[in-house]
Design a protein around this ligand. Structure first.
Ligand code: HEC
Length: 256
C-alpha cells in the first residue's frame, strides 16, 4: 500500500479535528460552537500539526514535496495553470461575497435592548449576568407538574403588577400604555423577549427604567423598579410566565 502523502496527512488531521470540534459541540453538548472560539482552537491545532510535521528536515521536505512539484515539475503544467487560475478566483469570490452590503433596513434605531452591564446590583447583591440563570427553569424538564404550578404563580404576579402597562394579553396594550413614552413592550412581538436571555429580563425587571444604561436615552422609561415590590423568586416566576404565555423560548448564550 502506498503511503498517504504527508501534506494530505496534515490536511486530514486538521479536517478531522475540525469536524470533531463541531460534532462534539453540536451532538454531545448540544451547543453551537462560537466562531471566534473555533478560530482560536483551529489556530492552535494548525500550529501544532505543522510543528509535528516539520519536526525534522526530512519530514519538512516530504510535507512540501507536492507543493514544490506542482510549482516546478514541467509535467504538471496543466494542473499548475488550473490551480493558479482557480485559487485567486476563489479568494476574489470569497472577498466579494463577504463585503457585499446587505440592503436590509436596520431593525431598530434606538437601542430598545441596551447591552446589559456584565454585573448588576439588585436585592443588595451582585449578579453576574453572564452566568445568572433562572433557578426554576430546570423544572420544565425535571418536574413538569411543579413547573406548571410555578408558571401559574408567575401569572398571578403578572396580573397583579404588570398587566396595567404590558396588557392582559402581554401585547403591550394595557390601560396605562397609551400615556407612556416609550410604550410598554409587547412581549408577543418576536423583537422583545424572544431575543433575550432570562438573566437580561431579570436585570430589566429588578432595576426597571432607572436601571437602564445611558444608551437607552433620550426617553425615560416608566418601567418600575420591581426589586422594591417583588421578591427574587417572584421575578423568576413571572419570567417563566412571560415565556410560557407567549410561547417564546428564552435565548441562551450557546445559540447567540
Ligand atoms: C407603569 C408601566 C409598567 C408596568 C406596571 C410594568 N412595566 Fe415593564 N416596561 C414598561 C415600559 C414603558 C417598558 C419599555 C421601556 C423599557 O425598556 O424600560 C417596559 C419594559 C419591560 C421589559 C423589557 C423588555 C425588553 O424586551 O427589553 C420587561 C422584561 C418588562 N418590562 C417586564 C415587566 C414585568 C414583569 C412587569 C410586572 C412585574 C412590568 N414590566 C410592569 C412599563 C411597565
Amino acid at each position: 500500500m502506498r503511503k498517504i502523502p504527508r501534506l494530505l496527512q496534515a490536511v486530514l488531521v486538521i479536517g478531522f479535528v475540525y469536524a470533531a470540534f463541531v460534532v462534539v459541540f453540536d451532538v454531545f453538548l448540544e451547543q453551537v460552537i462560537p466562531a471566534s472560539l473555533l478560530t482560536m482552537y483551529m489556530f492552535f491545532v494548525i500550529a501544532g500539526v505543522f510543528m509535528v510535521f516539520t519536526f525534522t528536515e526530512e519530514s519538512t521536505r516530504e510535507l512540501v514535496a507536492p507543493i514544490k512539484a506542482l510549482v516546478e515539475d514541467p509535467s504538471r503544467k496543466a494542473i499548475r495553470n488550473i490551480v493558479f487560475a482557480v485559487l485567486p478566483l476563489a479568494v476574489a469570490a470569497y472577498t466579494y461575497f463577504s463585503t457585499l452590503p446587505s440592503y436590509q433596513a436596520p431593525v431598530e434605531l434606538r437601542s430598545i435592548h441596551p447591552a446589559p452591564p456584565s454585573t448588576v446590583r439588585a436585592f443588595e447583591k451582585r449578579y453576574d449576568l453572564l452566568t445568572l440563570e433562572n433557578p426554576f427553569r430546570k423544572y420544565e424538564k425535571e418536574d413538569p407538574e411543579k413547573f406548571k404550578q410555578l408558571v401559574v404563580e408567575g401569572g398571578n404576579v403578572y396580573t397583579s403588577n404588570c398587566q396595567f402597562c404590558h396588557g392582559d394579553k402581554l401585547d403591550g396594550k394595557g390601560p396605562y400604555a397609551q400615556g407612556l413614552n416609550p410604550v410598554p413592550l409587547n412581549f408577543q412581538d418576536v423583537g422583545t423577549i424572544a431575543q433575550l436571555q432570562e438573566s437580561f429580563l431579570f436585570w430589566r425587571i429588578a432595576t426597571g427604567g432607572p436601571g437602564l444604561p445611558k444608551e437607552a436615552t433620550p426617553w425615560s422609561s416608566s418601567m418600575p423598579v420591581w426589586q422594591k415590590f417583588l421578591t427574587e423568586d417572584e421575578i423568576w416566576k413571572v419570567i417563566l410566565y412571560l415565556y410560557d404565555y407567549t410561547g417564546h423560548q428564552p435565548r441562551s448564550w450557546q445559540h447567540d
